[in-house]
Design a protein around this ligand. Structure first.
Ligand code: GLU
Length: 269
């Protein structure tokens, strides 16, 4: 009797262990794409912008996201894991991208993101894949011609979580800054007269000027914004793959093709 009781409890304990192990396995499978099999049917999830013309813009009609960053993301995935790789594109904003990478919602950020020392404490960056610089967008005819014209009477519009917000506070100390969740909101606010200028990378501002020719980029650039692809800190395996694929794309001309497709304006002007 005693022995059978012991056997039953032993049986129950082992069943419990089996169930717990199975649950652990299932939980692992649901984690971010990079953990899945690297051969076929591989899924990788990139965090991209959905509101940034030329880099990552969602077409509301088709639901497709298009731009330089999107083409780079697709090309990288193909080179890293093969043609049948499934590429998931999740929307990030300047503010949400690092938290989303850290919590495993995405495997990498390809979203107009500047490599900075401060951000390097939180994420690891690939080699530079695009060079931008911060500038100003104004309505044509504006009295603002460059950063020197910013003062306590000129309101600057910017986006939360961007380097642009930090930089402008340092470089135009007296100018009030209004921060928005994303670039679509910031541009709408500029059009509605809620500020005198919108500041971010020239590459992004050119996309806005392209969308509405009543606006123009002025004064050249006053910072360097080298873009990098960010991965979770310590994910060396993925970072090495990204850097290799980036280098190959540059060497065989694919990078230049993607660049020419999207970046038509001479940013030195
Ligand atoms: N490149 C700048 C940054 O990383 C501005 C563009 C953006 O907000 O993504 O903050």
């Amino acid at each position: 009797m005693k022995l059978s009781k012991k056997l039953i409890s032993l049986f129950l304990v082992s069943m419990l262990a089996v169930i717990m192990l199975a649950a652990c396995g299932a939980a692992k499978d649901e984690s971010s794409g990079d953990k899945k099999d690297a051969k076929s049917g591989k899924t990788i999830t990139f965090g991209v912008k959905n509101d940034t013309r030329l880099f990552g813009l969602k077409d509301p009609a088709s639901g497709e996201v298009e731009g330089f960053d999107i083409d780079i993301a697709n090309e990288l995935a193909k080179r890293m894991y093969g043609d049948d790789t499934k590429v998931n594109l999740k929307e990030v904003t300047s503010k949400t991208r690092i938290p989303m990478l850290k919590n495993g919602s995405i495997d990498a950020i390809i979203a107009t993101m500047t490599i900075t020392e401060e951000r390097k404490k939180e994420v690891d960056f690939s080699d530079v894949y695009f060079e931008a610089g911060q500038s100003l967008l104004v309505k044509k005819g504006s009295k603002i011609k460059s950063i020197k014209d910013l003062n306590k009477d000129t309101t600057v519009l910017a986006v939360k979580g961007s380097t642009s917000t930090q930089n402008i506070r340092e470089k135009a100390k007296d100018a009030p800054v209004l921060e928005f969740e994303n670039y679509a909101e910031a541009f709408t606010a500029l059009k509605a007269g809620k500020g005198d200028t919108l500041t971010t990378d020239n590459s992004i501002l050119y996309g806005m000027a392209d969308e509405d020719n009543k606006y123009q980029v002025v004064g050249g650039t006053f910072t360097d914004e080298p873009y990098g692809i960010a991965v979770k800190k310590g994910n060396k395996e993925l970072l090495d793959k990204i850097n290799k694929a980036l280098k190959d794309m540059k060497d065989d001309g694919t990078y230049d093709e993607i660049y020419k497709k999207w970046i038509k304006i001479d940013s030195s002007k």
